[in-house]
Design a protein around this ligand. Structure first.
Ligand code: C2O
Ligand code: CU
Ligand code: CU
Length: 525
């Protein structure tokens, strides 16, 4: 059934692709005298447009950037990231009603998705809602998510990877009273870190898919690490505790994060907000689109010292295996050689990387104590014994990565992809890989919900050589993205959104998503 707005937009059955020249749906509604009763607490304008920034000496780097402004609501609802071309951090409180007027001033279609948020279908940024250059799309939703670290990025089909690569990404932080009562580091002690890798050419420009089809097959890997859009990023901090909201906003790179002085990674939050209790571990594996909130307490560090956030080395074949020789896995294969060394032009996954430096630059008194109990996962966390189980394979056939044996179809929904609003299902995700031995770790993402990872298993005879990435994996807490390692089987318990409509699940390696490792699922009323 189409609702009235959909009918007006012509986005019912059979219509796919870009809605050229479409005006915001509110415009139509207003014209017809059916003004929605939606009264926003926060009203924001967000524009995507080309710009140029001084990243390196010499030529300015052309970027695409989000800029935002507050029409109504607290001034800090839109907070620019210092010295960065990345999108502003949007800060909302749970329960707020938000309107975002997105204007596309790019030369190509685009649409924005609020990654991790549970919002009505029309506010989710499905690619079929992509708007033409010059057009505006008005989002209206209530923030019902838990306090946590979410983010936003374009979702135009086939060009998500490129648009994010050009700079279109930003953080979206949700707060609530329960979290505030914990007195975690806030204000100037609450910092965002967007991790990305880019290949910057000799003319100082971002070179998307510099590795050609190898980048599309394996996911793009860059050569330069950027934190908040800066090379060799550095934070000058005081001797107190900080909360780093870390987002892996890279196309396909997996980070194995560690502080180089042996300080453990103290993880307090995942994709869907605070963990029940803090975790302390030497490494933290972060897959594309995953978030981790990390506390770094500098109160016992001497002024003048510094700490590096690094990605520790691991064996690249843990996350990308290609025994076929046909596809040129990272320069080993026949085609990689034939293509004149275009395979693997980026720094491979597993390389030891410097991400950023924290300089302890001034003495300040602080009495921070990390609470032993952080949050309660709520009644949905309980295991639902009788929930329907769906099996979904991740594999590779005929030159394509497949999700449940299928590729993306803009309006297509298969019978096993239809679920009832608010129902709970178990998805059993199995990473089987291709017949010729191509296998990759795929970060699987589901829209409109946060799920629980019930289990992660692998056959006893699994031949994956090393276990290094696994030692940093955090499957705890509410998640919207999980890294399905080669040979793994994951059981996820999902409680679907209460909002009927068509949503997406996909691999968050952006090149895999763009190539069709994505599917709709339909939530019925
Ligand atoms: Cu972060 Cu469907 O996306
Ligand atoms: Cu999403
Ligand atoms: Cu993938």
């Amino acid at each position: 059934m189409m609702n009235r707005r959909e009918a007006l937009l012509g986005i019912g059955a059979g219509t796919a692709g870009v809605l050229a020249g479409v005006r915001p749906f509110r415009y139509w509604a207003d014209t017809l005298g059916t003004v929605s009763a939606f009264e926003p607490d926060v009203d924001i304008a967000l524009v995507a447009a080309p710009d140029a920034v001084q990243l390196r000496p010499g030529a300015r780097t052309r970027v695409w950037r989000f800029t935002g402004s507050v029409i109504k609501g607290a001034a800090n609802s839109v907070q620019a990231v210092p010295n960065s071309y990345l999108g502003p951090t949007l800060r909302f409180k749970r329960g707020q009603k938000v309107r975002i007027r997105f204007r596309n001033n790019l030369a190509e279609p685009s649409i924005v998705h609020w990654h991790g948020l549970d919002v009505p279908e029309l506010a989710d940024g499905h690619p079929r809602f992509a708007i033409a250059p010059g057009a505006e799309y008005v989002y209206e939703f209530e923030v019902i998510n838990r306090a946590g670290t979410y983010w936003y990025h374009p979702h135009a089909h086939g060009s998500t990877g490129k648009q994010v690569y050009q700079g279109l990404a930003g953080m979206l932080v949700v707060t609530d009273d329960g979290e505030r009562a914990l007195a975690l580091p806030s204000g100037n002690e609450d910092l965002v870190c967007l991790l990305q890798d880019r290949t910057i050419d000799s003319g100082n420009q971002f070179a998307y898919l510099a590795g050609g089809m190898m980048d599309q097959m394996h996911g793009l890997l860059g050569t330069t690490m950027l934190v908040n859009g800066q090379e060799r990023a550095s934070f000058a901090l005081a001797t107190r505790a900080y909360r780093f909201r870390i987002l892996n906003a890279s196309s396909s790179r997996v980070y194995k994060l560690t502080w180089d002085d042996g300080t453990p990674m103290t993880v307090v939050g995942a994709d869907g907000g605070l963990l029940a209790r803090p975790l302390q571990q030497p490494f933290l594996t972060l897959a594309p689109s995953q978030r981790a909130d990390v506390i770094l307490d500098l109160s016992n560090h001497a002024v003048g010292t510094s700490i590096q956030l690094r990605s520790a080395p691991f064996t690249g074949s843990e996350v990308s295996i290609d025994e076929s020789g046909m596809m040129g896995g990272r320069g080993r294969g026949m085609m990689g050689g034939m293509m004149g060394g275009t395979a693997g032009t980026g720094t491979p996954n597993g390389a030891s990387l410097l991400l950023m430096t924290v300089q302890v630059s001034r003495k300040e008194q602080s009495a921070f104590r990390l609470p032993a109990q952080l949050s309660n996962y709520g009644p949905e966390w309980a295991e639902q014994a009788g929930a329907p189980v769906r099996n979904i394979s991740l594999d590779f056939r005929a030159g394509q990565w497949l999700l449940g044996g299928r590729v993306f179809d803009m309006m297509g929904v298969a019978p096993d992809e239809i679920v009832r609003a608010g129902s709970t299902h178990i998805w059993e995700i199995k990473n089987v890989g291709g017949m010729m031995g191509q296998q990759m770790a795929h970060p699987l993402h589901v829209h409109g919900t946060q799920f629980r990872v019930l289990s992660r298993t692998r056959p006893a005879d699994a031949t994956t050589p090393a276990q290094s990435v696994r030692e940093g994996l955090v499957d705890e807490g509410w998640r919207d993205t999980v890294l399905v390692m080669p040979n793994d089987t994951l059981r996820l318990q999902l409680r679907f959104t209460q909002f009927p409509g068509m949503y997406l699940y996909h691999c968050h390696i952006l090149e895999h998503e763009d190539a069709g490792m994505m599917r709709n699922f339909k939530v019925t009323a």
